[in-house]
Design a protein around this ligand. Structure first.
Ligand code: FEO
Length: 398
């Protein structure tokens, strides 16, 4: 059933309470998600985005109960990724000639996904579409937020920005609006979404927000493509994005480690104790990488001013959970964060220099060449870890 957003604008999407992973198995969705599609019923009828392919039939069936599908004048595809375009094949079988407005790259991407030559109308920033009743849609290209084809559109008079993935959250809710949900939960999911999906493009986030601001368009509502609609002070999430995009950090250090026989774990705990001694104010968090959700770790790294990464040496390298995480970190393009490595070893001890090299490659500022402990750390080694922690703590004093 459609839900009213404002005046003649309705939500016609799908709430997916069961979703637990997204992008295949790349992104954990502890709170499910929503695929937000919007129906505008002015003099012209406009559909903005659809839903993920598994819900295509349900979506089209529900939509056809609300309107005669043949009455849809325009489809806007703000983004070609399958979670928003997935119902297009089902829909276009019924209304094959309906124009689909999207970016040039959107056309390429939609053709790449579905191998269909629908009635595409390419649009660029600043182009408008008259939807009647004195209202129009203004298109704003948003390349790499977060795909090359991404686009926003803005509805005049009702002052609604349809931002697609930007400002979204993987957060299932029946309540639709930001003022009706648990604020703490909402911001946990919004932070995780930004940290894991938008961090690599922070520079572009800032520029796009500045570009939108320069258009001087009043903003009453932000209709995202996942999670809640921001109707209560929508600028709060825009301002939060500006903070996140500006080399965000909190007074936090995260120690991320894996361990075989608990030696590297004891190192982590001892280093943490040392940090606390010299820097009582800093928030310290420890994460066993093999058993902690990797997207939650990425979120904590995003919030941290520094990270310590630990692994014992194995096969002249380090453990695979840490290797996977280092690849995640490399792609995030984080800036102005500090790091060091630690780990136990028996013979050769490559893990610490190898992790340090990867941290460096990921543009972390290396605070120390790291610390190794031979075999199961003895009392001397534990004391050295505490002193190492104290030194790290001192380096991170505000
Ligand atoms: Fe929600 Fe980039 O798709």
């Amino acid at each position: 059933m459609k839900k009213q957003v404002k005046n003649n604008v309705y939500w016609v999407g799908k709430v997916d309470w069961e979703l637990r992973t997204f992008h295949g198995y790349e992104y954990s969705t502890h709170k499910g998600s929503t695929y937000n599609s919007y129906l505008i019923q002015e003099e012209k009828t406009v559909l903005i985005d659809t839903v993920w392919q598994p819900f295509a039939k349900e979506f089209v069936k529900n939509l056809s109960k609300e309107i005669d599908l043949k009455k849809i004048d325009y489809i806007i595809a703000n983004h070609a990724e399958i979670d928003h375009s997935g119902a297009l094949p089902e829909l276009m079988r019924l209304i094959p000639d309906t124009p689909i407005y999207c970016t040039e790259r959107g056309i390429k991407s939609l053709k790449g996904h579905y191998h269909e030559d629908w009635n595409f109308i390419p649009v660029k920033t600043g182009q408008t579409l008259d939807i009647g009743n004195g209202k129009e849609l203004i298109f704003i290209e948003a390349p790499m937020l977060h795909w090359p084809d991404s686009m926003f559109c803005y509805m005049t008079k009702d002052n609604i920005l349809f931002s697609n993935d930007a400002f979204g959250q993987h957060y299932a809710t029946e309540d639709l609006f930001n003022d009706l949900v648990d604020r703490e939960e909402l911001f946990i999911e919004a932070t995780k979404y930004y940290a894991n999906i938008l961090t690599p493009f922070s520079m572009l986030v800032k520029k796009k927000i500045e570009e939108f601001a320069s258009l001087n368009l009043p903003l009453d509502i932000i209709c995202t493509s996942h999670g809640v609609i921001w109707r209560d002070n929508p600028m709060q999430i825009v301002e939060q994005y500006l903070k996140w995009a500006d080399n965000y950090l909190e007074n936090q250090i995260s120690l991320i480690y894996d361990t075989m026989w608990k030696g590297t774990k004891r190192m982590a705990e001892s280093i943490a104790a040392g940090i606390k001694l010299s820097n009582p104010e800093i928030r310290i968090k420890l994460f066993p990488a093999a058993t902690t959700d990797k997207n939650d770790i990425v979120t904590e790294i995003f919030k941290s001013k520094a990270i310590l990464v630990g692994s014992p040496t194995i096969n002249k390298g380090f453990l695979s959970s840490i290797a996977g995480l280092m690849e995640e970190i490399r792609g995030l393009n984080l800036k102005k964060k500090k790091a060091a490595a630690f780990g136990t070893y028996g013979w050769s001890g490559e893990s610490v220099p190898m992790i340090t090299a990867l941290l460096k490659e990921a543009k972390f500022e290396i605070m120390s060449e790291g610390i190794k402990a031979e075999w199961n750390p003895n009392d001397t080694a534990i004391q050295e870890c505490i002193e190492f922690g104290q030194e790290i703590g001192r380096l991170l004093l505000d």
